[in-house]
Design a protein around this ligand. Structure first.
Ligand code: BDP
Length: 657
């Protein structure tokens, strides 16, 4: 039980006989569907039908059953395969299979994983070993994990993958690499998965030897057109490009005085004849006087309406950077004539890597359900991005993958749940976190209630717990520089970029703590639609879980529960620590219900998480105490570290910012 099977633990190799699987024709996708049924389906006869009248379901499907027969119909074959995984999931979670009458239609057209994998096999922010893609072995040698990966994605409806890091090497577009990419695309295709690539804006210059990569230069435009033609000759269903431009030192159109729209449109024009798309990232900021949280909005709002139809702006859920909790990104809803998509981060760069158990469905839901008020009440991010609110030309949702070559794929066994949750929500953003957790536990471990209920509780509370012991009440980016693992609230990288320093984000001083983003401060609140601008801007109506995100709050400010801010901070850190200790107690009782190997793996990860939680609490409280000059309330556990010792900890985990 090494976790390699993920949630795909169907009864092994004794499914129904071939005569109980009715389908016309054969194709790679259909053959996979039949094979899955033949190996794992133990119920009634299954009929698979592609039907024109189901075309409007897009990748979706209809399932109707009696006790004798299940009919799965879909407009496309991939819908049939998804339908097969649907009934296998029901079988595995022990649902009643004789009275099904369901229609499933995906919330988003493009449901995409972004791998931050480099060509040298390393992974930026990867905590589950090296890259799955063995570039040096391809195209000749094929790892069996490529297909297992595709199957896992198809089982939850993921239909697109970006293979390489957004900090992209120009070499990705070299002919020899494209031939390797083709091999992966061929393996993924029957599972309904399209391949996309991150591209480096300077490719024409670096790879093509052109004078520059100016998007208005005809030679540059031609270079991209020729490159697109070359790609589509190899991969006829290639998805398109993901682009990080003029961000954190990456090249981009602004190097030539052009706009993001000029850059994106040039690529969009090259991809258009083949129906390819450009996902252009809004994650741009520069070390300027303006609040980093405001910069993406300032950059992109003036460009609204200037992008081609096959461009979609990929926007991180928050305006800073995948923090444990952020206010949602005010760009959502602000671009009225441009398609917008969310970028989440599944890999836990800011959430304890693969050491901490943090179930991310509640974070994803919090963003998707956030009401932007862009078109009045009910203008949630889900509705803006899925096309319900405005006719979006493209609908997509993405997340940075947490997958590597580790046997269990994701490092922590429970990190598999985050891959799973993203896929399920990309398929249906109306599912709730509890349903997803329950399904995943039943599929991955057991449906024994003695295990299911307590473990579900851990999962559902785990994100809030991490916020509590890392950065409660709207604190953000007080991580150790570079690797972002532990706390470094004292970090002040003099001479470096101020917007990479923790002190820039918490602004602690003798009066209080927190970033003033109100009218008297950076006025980031003005980027939100009414009534949110007022609600966030007023300290008494600002949600307390974001109070230090939007306000510089005096240490003795009275919180809603009557405590002072300082005391509240102390109790919240302490409660985060206590919850992790509770998780340990609960988990130890789970030993009888599951295999030894996964039990002990998770047990030892929880030990690390517990120690880290205390480390966070001590570091932050002892450091902030140097400003508040107030005692840590006497009824909570005393610090076990010295601040000076904590400041000396230097983890050697590499990385630039
Ligand atoms: C930050 C990461 C950095 C990424 C960057 C990005 O620290 O490694 O390159 O985001 O998304 O979260 O481009």
């Amino acid at each position: 039980e090494d976790g390699s099977q993920l949630w795909l633990r169907f009864p092994a190799k004794n499914g129904i006989s071939a005569d109980k699987i009715i389908s016309k024709g054969s194709s790679p996708t259909l053959n996979i569907a039949r094979k899955e049924l033949g190996s794992h389906w133990q119920g009634q006869t299954v009929e698979l039908r592609t039907e024109n009248k189901e075309k409007n379901l897009k990748d979706g499907y209809r399932i109707v059953s009696t006790s004798e027969k299940i009919v799965i119909s879909a407009g496309k074959e991939i819908g049939l395969l998804y339908g097969v995984y649907h009934i296998l999931r029901l079988q595995q979670t022990k649902a009643n299979l004789s009275h099904l009458n369901t229609i499933e239609k995906p919330s988003y057209d493009v449901r995409i994983l972004n791998h931050w994998d480099n060509l040298d096999g390393s992974i930026e922010r990867g905590y589950a070993g090296r890259s799955l893609w063995k570039w040096e072995d391809l195209p000749g040698k094929i790892s069996p994990r490529y297909e297992e990966y595709a199957r896992a994605n198809a089982s939850i409806g993921i239909n697109s993958v970006v293979l390489n890091n957004v900090n992209a090497s120009p070499n990705m577009l070299r002919e020899d690499y494209l031939k390797k990419v083709k091999v992966l695309a061929d393996i993924f295709r029957p599972y309904g998965i399209k391949v996309y690539l991150s591209v480096n804006f300077s490719s024409p210059k670096v790879l093509g030897g052109l004078q520059n990569s100016d998007p208005l230069n005809k030679d540059v435009q031609k270079w991209w057109k020729d490159k697109a033609a070359e790609i589509y000759r190899l991969i006829p269903d290639f998805g398109g490009f993901l682009v990080k431009a003029n961000s954190e030192g990456q090249p981009g159109p602004q190097d030539y005085g052009r706009t993001h729209a000029d850059g994106a449109n040039m690529m969009a024009d090259a991809l258009k004849p083949y129906s390819g798309i450009v996902m252009w990232r809004a994650f741009v900021y520069s070390p300027s006087k303006d609040d980093r949280a405001k910069q993406a909005y300032m950059e992109f709002v003036p460009l609204d309406g200037k992008f081609r139809d096959n461009v979609i702006i990929q926007i991180k859920n928050g305006p800073v950077d995948f923090q444990p909790r952020e206010a949602f990104n005010p760009l959502f809803g602000a671009l009225r004539k441009t398609s917008e998509m969310v970028e989440f981060q599944i890999t836990q760069e800011y959430l304890g890597f693969s050491n901490h158990l943090v179930f991310l469905a509640p974070l994803f839901k919090e963003t998707l359900d956030s009401d932007t008020y862009s078109d009045g009440q009910g203008s949630t991010i889900a509705k803006i991005t899925d096309g319900t609110l405005r006719p979006a030309k493209l609908t997509a949702i993405s997340a940075v993958a947490n997958i590597g070559e580790d046997t269990n794929w994701t490092g922590h066994h429970f990190a598999q749940a985050n891959w799973y949750a993203f896929g399920r929500l990309a398929w249906n953003h109306q599912l709730n976190s509890e349903q997803i957790a329950e399904e995943w536990i039943k599929m991955t471990f057991t449906d024994d209630q003695n295990f299911l209920n307590p473990v579900k509780e851990i999962m559902l509370s785990s994100r809030e717990t991490a916020v509590d012991y890392m950065m409660p009440l709207g604190l953000h980016h007080i991580f150790a520089g570079g690797h972002h693992y532990g706390p470094e609230p004292w970090g002040d990288y003099k001479g470096g970029r101020p917007d990479w320093s923790p002190v820039y984000y918490h602004q602690a001083d003798a009066q209080g703590v927190g970033f003033n983003r109100t009218k008297t401060g950076s006025n980031a609140v003005s980027q939100y639609f009414p009534p949110l601008n007022e609600r966030y801007g007023n300290i008494s109506t600002c949600p307390e879980n974001l109070i230090l995100w939007f306000h510089h709050v005096p240490w003795d400010y009275t919180m809603k529960d009557g405590k002072s801010l300082w005391d509240e901070l102390c109790y919240t850190y302490d409660s985060g620590v206590k919850k992790v200790r509770d998780y340990q107690k609960t988990w130890d009782r789970m030993e009888p219900y599951i295999d030894k190997q996964r039990f002990t793996d998770v047990q030892s990860k929880l030990k690390i998480q517990s120690k880290d939680a205390v480390w966070w609490k001590d570091a932050c409280l002892l450091y902030f105490q140097t400003f508040s000059k107030k005692p840590i309330p006497y009824d909570i556990e005393r610090p076990v570290h010295q601040l000076e010792d904590l400041k000396k900890i230097k983890l050697n985990m590499g990385h630039h910012n």
